[in-house]
Ligand binder design. Structure first.
Ligand code: ARG
Length: 461
């Protein structure tokens, strides 16, 4: 039986029921619905709505129900209840009879569902934070290995070789992105952990419940919503969570793209392990970086969920509207999708083989030292803009002669600028280029080692 039958004469159509019911997806909130109900039961007992003895019976029954769904969540799959709230109430009444019907006093499904999703979001963010840290630990361990091997590769801008960088530095760039993602999720979690209970349907409950204590019982540290109209229709926390998820998955997508490129025959910098790749049904030689491609592709889905929720929320009048039922599937799907993408990072990174010689050969491409050549002239007192021009002419000459900057004969160099001396060559090696980049955040051996140390401490590795 529906929770709202009294006013109706006719039955709902089967099609409408199918369209309207949310149990098929909101059953994921069952644990939150029960724990939220236990907190609400305490609050109405505190307000004298139910007796202490009745509270004890409700708490015990809700506890039994919680244990039951924890062992077998599929219990909710086979019923025809409208939503998770209806399911819990029906089960409760089956356990304790009419007392179960008192639980909803002073509460609406509007503040109830808002509470459930907030509880769920806080838990989901906690799970994502663990996965982010695990992904970061893999990247940091990778960076450490490649720092020890001093692996260098070209750093790119416009997908053209720019300056040599340590492969460890490349890996730590993703650690930095994930640091910000974790911060954003934590921040979203703070605003999710606010109790809407007591808002009722929209106007605030008529029972004198202690909202602050109720918030504490939910684990929300006494924080309560400031306005009942806002409380039942606010999904900012879900939007912020989706936004943080979307940005994190965009970061993973960029990592995926780098590794798809780097594992191609053209680059040949890395090789993904067999355990995270697949082959072609037609071309026997193929080994495809599917894991990285899927991470790249799934980011579209997570971003889509953010846009879905934004579109649902846009233009909604106050207060609760059934449109808000559409908040759950995008939120669940985005969290699930990001979670599995994050889970794929450790096996992909830990098992990745690096072709260090290929990386170095690509980095040592003969003209990649052009910036450092200009810097050499700057040290001789040449203004940078002129030094840039001279270096460009030397690059052109080296390319004409089919040689590298470092191997360009001194007569050729001095024909372009007489201030160049033999001491230039020591500035044009990869090691010299790296050694000069010693400011914090740069690709030199020391700053990269420092970045790894700091990350190790943050991640308690
Ligand atoms: N299934 C609903 C949702 O997810 C629960 C709230 C229903 N409220 C209502 N007034 N019909 O939003």
């Amino acid at each position: 039986m529906a929770l709202w039958g009294g006013r109706f004469e006719g039955a709902t159509s089967a099609l409408f029921k199918q369209f309207n019911d949310s149990l098929p997806f909101d059953r994921r909130l069952v644990e939150q619905d029960i724990t939220g109900s236990i907190a609400h039961a305490k609050a109405i007992a505190g307000a004298g709505v139910i007796t202490r003895a009745e509270l004890a019976t409700l708490e015990q029954a809700l506890g039994t129900l919680l244990a039951k769904v924890r062992t077998d969540p599929s219990l909710l799959a086979s019923t025809t209840d409208e939503d998770v709230h209806s399911w819990v109430e029906r089960e409760l009444v089956a356990l304790v009879g009419d007392l179960g019907k008192k639980l909803h006093t002073g509460r609406s499904r509007n503040d109830q569902v808002a509470t459930d999703i907030r509880l769920w979001t806080v838990g989901a963010i906690d799970g994502l934070l663990h996965l982010i840290r695990a992904a970061q630990r893999s990247l940091v361990a990778f960076a450490e290995r490649e720092l020890a091997a001093k692996t260098v590769l070209p750093g790119y801008t416009h997908m053209q070789r720019g300056q040599p960088v340590l492969l460890a530095h490349w890996a730590m760039a993703y650690v930095a992105m994930l640091d910000r993602d974790a911060e954003r999720l934590l921040d979203a979690s703070k605003r999710a952990a606010v109790s809407p209970l007591g808002a009722g349907a929209l106007a605030g409950t008529a029972y004198a419940i202690d909202r602050v204590q109720l918030s504490r019982d939910l684990g929300f540290e006494g924080r309560i919503s400031a306005n009942s109209l806002d409380a039942v229709s606010d999904r900012d926390f879900a939007f912020e969570t989706l936004s943080a998820c979307a940005l994190c998955s965009l970061h993973l997508s960029r990592l995926g793209e780098d590794l798809v490129l780097y594992s191609s025959t053209e680059f040949g910098f890395v090789q993904m392990d067999d355990s995270v790749t697949s082959g072609s049904s037609l071309m026997p030689q193929k080994k495809n970086p599917d894991a990285m491609e899927l991470i790249r592709g799934k980011s579209g889905r997570v971003l889509g969920s953010l846009v879905t929720l934004a579109t649902v929320l846009k233009g909604l009048p106050l207060a609760y509207n059934k449109d808000l039922q559409e908040d759950k599937e995008p939120l669940f799907d985005a969290v699930d999708t990001l979670a599995i993408c994050l889970q794929m990072i450790p096996p992909c990174i830990d098992g990745m083989k690096v072709h260090r010689d290929r990386c170095r050969t690509a980095a040592d491409d003969g003209v990649i030292a052009a910036t450092d050549l200009a810097d050499y002239l700057v040290r001789k007192g040449v203004p940078f803009r002129d030094a840039h021009h001279i270096s460009g002419r030397l690059v052109r000459r080296a390319l004409e002669l089919g040689t590298s900057l470092i191997a360009l004969p001194m007569t050729e160099m001095q024909a372009i600028d007489s201030r160049i001396g033999e001491d230039i060559r020591q500035h044009l090696t990869i090691d010299a280029m790296l050694a000069k980049r010693s400011v914090p955040g740069a690709t030199g051996l020391q700053p990269v080692a420092d970045a790894i140390d700091a990350a190790r401490r943050r991640l308690a590795m």
